[in-house]
Design a protein around this ligand. Structure first.
Ligand SMILES: *[C@@H]1O[C@H](CO)[C@@H](O)[C@H](O)[C@H]1NC(C)=O
Ligand SMILES: *[C@@H]1O[C@H](CO)[C@@H](O)[C@H](O)[C@H]1NC(C)=O
Ligand SMILES: *[C@@H]1O[C@H](CO)[C@@H](O)[C@H](O)[C@H]1NC(C)=O
Length: 354
């Protein structure tokens, strides 16, 4: 059967319209304006100037390894900013000045990693990272994020690592994530977290490690780590934690734990019991320990073959001898200890003599 020319024109028009619509749909807003993009392929590196969106058509890609955008002015990543690149590649948009990431900024990508490190980002919209089935890591370190919306990270089945280090987060909410069942590493160090709340990570049954160093954490809920049965590494160093009495009944294989540089005077041995067989390294230095509690932890570590890190740099341990019942390790009030004991400069591990 021969197609009449009339039919042929109709068919061509339909195809043409469909292409226009899908291209428009993806790149309806101009994210990049004369932006220099570096394209690293397996056998060559080349550069292109892009206006509009970064997509396969604008770049003519072959054996793509990495796309780099660095040191430029890009106020907002709009919908489809980087789109339609099916290759398994790394995307690095680093050290630009980006304030906002809009929904579906990354559309139809085979990327295994996206780094938005060091951009001054203040806000990510809901669905900024959505439907990226190959995505394994997201690096958001060194930005200015204080808070995120619910469902910022949605339907990312291979997502294994997210780093929020060096931002201004005041709280963490697991509802920023939706359908990210394979998340294993969450980095939250160097933020302004004030507490770790109840069931903070209960969605993440595969969580293996979490970092919280250098925050302002004063309070850790007893049930903070409920449901994270695979947790192997937990770093709480350099915070303001005074009491740590956690229910670890779901956590059975913690290997590394750091509580160094906090305000702990006491830790109940019952808190450590669940890790008798698994813990390998325990960092406890730079806390105003009661000496009796320190001794108790030391004995526990020896018996259970745990490497205890109690000495900071080359300075001997500082510990505190309460006036009453000094041989007993117990939860004491400030007045029972010494009104000044927390002011001693244990943070830089200076030796204190009283
Ligand atoms: C970041 O980009 C600026 C230009 O905008 C450049 O001067 C600076 O060296 C870059 N810094 C890093 C760490 O790449
Ligand atoms: C997700 O990860 C698995 C295991 O590494 C891999 O086999 C699979 O291809 C990945 N899925 C996608 C869509 O890249
Ligand atoms: C110790 O006492 C404080 C208040 O005095 C309390 O908040 C804390 O839960 C107690 N227990 C432990 C194990 O720190």
């Amino acid at each position: 059967m021969k197609m009449s020319s009339y039919q042929f024109i109709v068919v061509s028009l339909v195809v043409l319209i469909a292409q226009c619509v899908s291209a428009k749909y993806v790149c309806s807003e101009v994210t990049f304006k004369n932006t220099l993009v570096t394209i690293i392929e397996s056998d060559r590196t080349h550069r292109k100037t892009v206006t509009g969106c970064i997509s396969d058509e604008t770049l003519l890609l072959k054996n793509l390894k990495t796309i780099l955008v660095q040191g430029q002015q890009i106020p907002t990543l709009y919908k489809g900013a980087v789109s339609n690149i099916p290759h398994f590649f790394g995307l690095k948009i680093e050290n630009n000045s980006i304030a906002t990431v809009k929904r579906w900024a990354f559309l139809n990508l085979g990327a295994h990693s996206i780094s938005l490190n060091n951009n001054g980002i203040e806000w990510l919209n809901e669905g900024s990272f959505e439907n990226l089935p190959s995505l394994e890591t997201i690096d958001l370190e060194y930005n200015e994020i204080r808070v995120l919306p619910k469902d910022a990270f949605v339907n990312l089945h291979n997502l294994s690592m997210v780093s929020f280090g060096h931002n201004y987060l005041e709280a963490f909410d697991q509802n920023w994530f939706n359908d990210t069942p394979n998340l294993e590493y969450i980095f939250l160090h160097n933020n302004q977290l004030k507490s770790i709340s109840k069931d903070a990570f209960s969605k993440f049954g595969n969580l293996k490690a979490a970092t919280f160093e250098n925050n302002w954490i004063e309070y850790v809920d007893r049930d903070a780590f409920r449901g994270v049965s695979k947790l192997g590494e937990l770093y709480l160093g350099n915070n303001r934690i005074r009491h740590l009495d956690l229910d670890w009944s779901d956590v059975h294989s913690l290997r590394f734990m750091g509580v160094d540089d906090n305000q702990l005077t006491y830790i109940p041995l019952s808190t450590l019991k669940p890790f008798e067989d698994s813990l390998q390294h325990f960092w406890i230095h730079a806390n105003p320990w009661q000496c009796s509690c320190f001794d108790q932890i030391g004995e526990w570590a020896t018996v259970h073959n745990v490497k205890l890190w109690w000495r900071c740099k080359k300075i001997d341990l500082f510990c505190y001898v309460p006036q009453k019942n000094s041989a007993v390790c117990q939860n004491r009030t400030d007045t029972e200890l010494d009104s000044n004991f927390l002011q001693y400069s244990v943070h830089d591990c200076a030796k204190v003599t009283t």
